[in-house]
Write a protein of this length. Structure first.
Length: 765
């Protein structure tokens, strides 16, 4: 058991003390007020619960400075007020107590202290080392068969990382024991890939400026006082682009530039820093105005970011904007045709000093190497960070020498950067898979062998991640925090088996919280390939993922053989919360994607920006035709609570393509098969179930039978489904309920969805 610390150390990160002081001055106890979710079966409780739940509850992390007026919480829909675990700060909070760390008996111990450590030390509690690398060297000497667990204790505070911490087969636990990296009991260690920005000087108005450290060459994420700060941007441009301009690309004529109204870029000193952002494409009639003259922006599942490399006036009040890395080609010519980008589609410009006109906005000048910013508060000014290191942790084995038996507990992974889209852009293929802004994974080229997937030009691939994993077995992440990250949180690339992610907090992540598998993994047929199998993702919170790359999802299991996704919370996501599969109906076989359980999860305010997504979304084949029931995707006892959705997502169907709806409860997209959907509750969905291929294939003999869909005992506040007559063998219509009349069986599902009672979420740093 670890000895008591010899020196005083706060059990709360120093940056949080001011919040506790504010809480004390307001008479609020750190740890928050917890609003219990009622367990009564009496549906008459709904109104009373809604009334009490919608009252403003202030905890330490919400409290404004004493001089600021207190904000009020708007009234919530009854189903949100009664059943949401997010109605106060008890789930995602800076004031949560640090969960207790269970004792590890007879473990060999190594100590890392970023404040008082010295790499010349012995790594004991009395003489800790300062770096993870030094601790790793000592731990490897202790990893011997029969020696028991080896624990590296990370003392509380910021462990700054200017490079990736990599573990390989030498760091594996031995003899059935584990190699453990964990925060010291009662403290919270932060692996931080950023650098603090200080020395702010006033400039014009409310804008301040500071020089950045030498290691910062490029920026696209910036955080202050625990919050993401937006890059300077323009208003949405409507009808200001005239045409796409073709040029030589990949040996052929493709879209490489666009002609826009010169007024858009007039007065910009560095138009080559700009990014054109398309989030929500106006494809309804390909216009921007409805018949009554109001703006008509219908979201799509495509969201692109196109890097401008040059701006040239071409006459008649028009300027040519050159787009780098083939991004315009990928956005306008490689997408699903009705959703392909057009010149008339609305966009906005991002990343110019002249556009900096709102609190929180910022701009990085790459030549001056200075960041300009309008700080939203003094607290933000004192706690500003620029991410610089892309990957904080790499669990890097090989098929012959995988990493085994490693655990990570109670650690914060924060401020991982991702700047590749500055040059290559972000153009969406599907969810976590992009046409640009990615690099091939190392496992795809091994010992001179090259995966055939790489032989084509610009196939979709995956972005970077704060934690990456290849060729690993029996890896556990428990009670960690993944926050303020520039791309994906955790990425399981290849050949990863028996991974557990339990009780973790994923908050404010630019792309997906978790991506498992790769589009190439329909069939494992190359010597460097291995499946992602036996994945457990339980009792995690995914909150505000896809914050920058909005067509990303909360969790994507691209191709996984065996997974348990249960008792998780998903909130505030622009696109799908849980996306399973890849390949549409063009890949009729899959010997990998199978045996996935999705059970007792809670979803709130998801698919709130794009469309053609769902809380639970499936794409491509699951197992083979005639597979055993155990190989199905089994969706059961989940509660998708989108009762607070905006009006734009409540339309029952799409005017251009009636076969689509904006947000179903479950979406079975092209090629999906072998799915069981039982005992779920859907609120605020346009339809409870959507089978995308129905309108194209529903009349084909045997097509419906081939889907092997089974469903029953589901509840929804809308009776609609697509297909509307639900003439699918094995699927019965959903039972209708309302907020004022909730059947007992539905209420039990709604109350049980989400975190299990044993789980205590760690605090945000």
């Amino acid at each position: 058991m670890p000895e008591a610390p010899q020196h005083d150390r706060p059990t709360v990160p120093p940056s949080r003390w001011r919040w506790i002081a504010v809480a004390a001055s307001l008479g609020v106890i750190a740890g928050g007020l917890i609003l219990a979710r009622p367990g009564s079966d009496d549906s008459s409780d709904t109104t009373a619960a809604a009334s009490s739940s919608s009252t403003a509850v202030t905890t330490a992390s919400q409290a404004p400075p004493p001089t600021a007026p207190a904000s009020t919480v708007p009234s919530l829909p009854p189903l949100v007020a009664e059943f949401s675990p997010f109605v106060n700060d008890s789930i995602v909070s800076r004031t949560n107590p640090i969960p207790n760390s269970p004792h590890i008996p007879e473990a060999a111990e190594v100590y890392v202290d970023p404040v008082g450590g010295d790499d010349a030390g012995a790594g004991t509690r009395a003489a800790p080392v300062a770096s993870l690398e030094a601790a790793q060297t000592i731990a490897r000497r202790l990893l011997k068969p029969g020696s028991g667990d080896v624990v590296v204790y990370l003392r509380g505070g910021v462990h700054q990382r200017d490079r990736t911490f990599t573990i390989d087969f030498q760091d594996s636990g031995r003899g059935g024991h584990d190699m453990v990296y964990r925060s010291y009991p009662g403290e919270q260690a932060i692996l931080d890939g950023g650098v603090p920005i200080t020395g702010w000087q006033p400039t014009t108005g409310s804008i301040v400026v500071a020089s950045v450290p030498e290691r910062i060459e490029s920026m696209r994420q910036f955080f202050a006082d625990g919050k993401r700060q937006p890059r300077a941007r323009s208003a949405t441009a409507l009808g200001t682009a005239d045409e796409f301009i073709t040029g030589e690309l990949f040996g052929r004529q493709r879209n490489v530039a666009m002609a826009v109204d010169s007024e858009l870029v007039a007065g910009l000193a560095r138009p080559e820093d700009l990014e054109l952002v398309y989030v929500g494409v106006a494809i309804a009639g390909h216009g921007v105005l409805s018949s009554n003259g109001e703006e008509r922006l219908r979201p799509s599942w495509k969201a692109h970011r196109l890097p401008v490399t040059a701006a040239t006036a071409i006459g008649d009040g028009t300027t040519r904007l050159d787009i780098g890395a083939g991004a315009l080609y990928h956005a306008s010519e490689r997408g699903y045709e009705p959703l392909a980008l057009l010149p008339t589609d609305p966009f906005y410009l991002e990343n110019a000093l002249e556009l900096l006109d709102e609190p929180g906005e910022w701009y990085f000048h790459p030549i001056e190497r200075q960041i300009y910013w309008w700080p939203p508060s003094e607290a933000a000014l004192a706690d500003a960070w620029a991410p610089t290191t892309e990957t904080l942790l790499n669990v890097d084995g090989t098929p012959r020498r995988p990493v085994r038996n490693v655990r990570f507990e109670g650690i914060v992974f924060r401020h991982a950067a991702y700047t590749v889209p500055n040059e290559e852009g972000y153009t969406v293929s599907q969810a976590a898979n992009w046409f640009t802004g990615w690099r091939p994974a190392e496992w795809m080229e091994v010992d001179g062998a090259r995966h055939p997937y790489l032989d084509g030009v610009r196939f979709p691939g995956l972005p970077g991640a704060a934690v990456e994993m290849d060729s690993a077995r029996d890896i556990t992440f428990r009670s960690n925090v993944f926050t303020a990250l520039g791309a994906v949180g955790v990425m399981l690339h290849n050949d990863v088996r028996r991974v557990v992610l339990d009780g973790n907090l994923f908050v404010d992540i630019s792309a997906a919280a978790l991506v498992a598998g790769h589009p190439v993994h329909d069939v494992i047929d190359q010597p460097m390939e291995g499946p992602i199998s036996l994945l457990t993702f339980t009792n995690n919170v995914v909150d505000r993922a896809a914050a920058e790359f909005t067509a990303s999802v909360g969790v994507q299991l691209t191709k996984v053989a065996g997974a348990d996704v249960s008792h998780n919370l998903f909130r505030d996501l622009p696109y799908s919360a849980l996306s399973l599969g890849w390949g549409w109906n063009t890949n009729p076989s899959s010997d990998v994607h199978r045996a996935i359980t999705v059970e007792s999860n809670y979803f709130e305010n998801v698919v709130n920006t794009l469309y053609d997504g769902a809380p639970i979304y499936l794409l491509g084949p699951v197992a083979e035709p005639g597979a055993a029931r155990s190989d199905y995707v089994q969706i059961r006892r989940n509660f998708a609570n989108n009762a607070g959705a905006g009006d734009q997502f409540k339309a029952p169907s799409d005017s251009v393509e009636p076969g689509f709806t904006k947000r179903p409860g479950v979406q079975l997209d092209e090629g999906s098969r072998n799915v069981l959907i039982n005992d779920n509750v859907f609120a605020g969905s346009t339809v409870w179930l959507q089978v995308t291929g129905w309108h194209a294939h529903g009349r084909e003999p045997g097509w419906a039978d081939s889907l092997a869909l089974i469903g029953g005992r589901n509840w929804s506040d809308t009776a609609d489904s697509v297909p509307r007559d639900l003439s699918l063998i094995g699927v019965s219509p959903a039972r209708l309920f309302s907020a004022s009349e909730i059947p007992t069986a539905a209420r039990e599902i709604m109350l049980a969805a989400g975190l299990e009672p044993r789980v205590a979420m760690p605090p945000l740093p």
